[in-house]
Design a protein around this ligand. Structure first.
Ligand SMILES: Cc1cc2nc3c(=O)[nH]c(=O)nc-3n(C[C@H](O)[C@H](O)[C@H](O)COP(=O)(O)O)c2cc1C
Length: 125
């Protein structure tokens, strides 16, 4: 969404506040429905979708952050956001992705070298 009024209402619902200056955002919804036999793969499905959205956001020259922990905690900020957007009861709002131009280059996280994270032909400690 990029409607300033809707965006402002959503940001007001997020406490403590995040992404104060982002001019647009995506709210990701899911439904906990069986996909294969009795299994629900909602988490995998929406996580893959979020990863694709993050890649697209960066490819277009913007930045984002995956806000899920903050809005799905015990204070259920996500439910307040869903009410603002008129989301039906059988959907769950699980993630808030602000979209904007970063003020600076985000610091790259420290990562182990590739050889310590992936192995060919069997696990190597
Ligand atoms: C399920 C999930 C929930 C997250 N929730 C939050 C959050 O509430 N607030 C936040 O600042 N970052 C959140 N993040 C982003 C992570 O802190 C981290 O920046 C991101 O996963 C990038 O990880 P990387 O450094 O391994 O690439 C979340 C990430 C995931 C996968």
């Amino acid at each position: 969404m990029d409607d300033p009024g809707v965006l402002e209402a959503l940001k007001r619902a997020i406490d403590p506040p995040v992404a104060r200056t982002a001019p647009a955002a995506i709210c990701v919804l899911t439904r906990r429905i069986p996909a294969y036999r009795d299994r629900c793969y909602a988490v995998q499905d929406y996580s893959a979708a979020i990863e694709n959205m993050l890649l697209a956001i960066v490819a277009l020259g913007y930045q984002s952050c995956w806000y899920e922990g903050h809005i799905t905690d015990t204070d259920r900020i996500n439910e307040k956001m869903a009410r603002i957007l008129g989301v039906p009861e059988d959907y769950e709002l699980v993630c808030f992705l602000p979209v904007g131009v970063a003020e600076g280059e985000p610091a790259a996280p420290e990562k182990k070298p590739f050889e310590e994270r992936a192995w060919f032909n069997g696990f190597r400690a």
